[in-house]
Design a protein around this ligand. Sequence first.
Ligand SMILES: Cc1ncc(COP(=O)(O)O)c(C=O)c1O
Length: 376
Amino acid sequence: MKLSDRITQIEASGTVRFTQLIQQLRGQGRDIIDLAVGEPPYDTPGVVLEATKQALDTGKTKYSPAAGLPELKSRLAQQFDGYDQRNIVISNGSKQCLYTMFQVICNPSDQVIIPRPYWVSFPQQVKLAGGRPVFVDTSNHQLDCDKIERAITSKTRAILINSPNNPTGAVYSSEALAGVGKIALEHNLYLISDEAYCLFVYDGYNAASLFNFEDIRPLLIITRSFSKHYGMTGFRIGYVAASREFIRAFSVLQSHLTGNVCTFGQYGALAALSMDDRDLEDWRTDMQHKRDYAWQRATEFFDCVKPRGAFYLFPDISRYLKNGMTSVEFSERLLENCGVAVVPGEVFGMAEHIRISYAVSEDRLVSGFDKIAEAL
Ligand SMILES: Cc1ncc(COP(=O)(O)O)c(C=O)c1O
């Protein structure tokens, strides 16, 4: 039977493909050091688990409002000055927030500007909405506002910003964000801000959010997530903060798509918000320490910009790519011969690079780099 054109033009997630390969090798009894991982190595906080269990015990197991529990939305709105629960919708991880967003804003062949390298799902999700991703290269992993402006056409609908960034770990400066905000205003474009990694910012750096710029709020669509921030990747809870008009449209679509996010999971999320970011300071400190170690080891062999956030390094490996070898082949060899998993840059739209995650225990990180050193 024939499948739709829509699905046949979509590529499977490259990171998911590597996860399957890792599972296969582990199934054969191999010890694999997974530096391809995309989640923090910390246990979900006890308060979250307790609240989720209590929700189950007290019958919070039925449908809830499609756009999310009102108390959770109200609590989340407090992070955004001037917003209330009508500015928030809860969805199944920021992955689904982004998917639905593009469905809401794109008409056929509308363009969405995506800085490159980019997180794997962005372009596929734009395509699934009938839109066209337009890639704009970053410079040393930082936004290049001139290039972004030059990429705008009459079909451009939105600019997508992801800071802290996956795969590079870059955190954009306030000036860069102001620059891109100005462009969005001048050309009347949506500005999508994926802030899934907003907890993980290092060196005491005060990461700016696009929300700080008041004049762009009508154009701004922010997504954040409980996944990385609270070690709740399996809960699948993310949210969008945006204008009421946008949230209304998003909620209509969600009501036909999934309905509410798992009701008892949302109670777990509510409990997570009773924690302060300061309660999570140990995670950030630990991750910064790992960033320092990983970056110092990586720069022994590769050119690598020092990341300021998220939990990834994105080194240039071109000097090791002899005889036409690609970074996909490099990564496969590293996995099969040395048992170390990384993700090839191609899946993020940038060949001759690999993504190394340092979101693993310290001993695994040390052994991972020892094995890479030996392989090289
Ligand atoms: C940049 C970015 N955005 C969104 C997501 C989706 O996260 P979740 O759906 O778990 O909130 C990820 C996951 O890796 C990511 O790296």
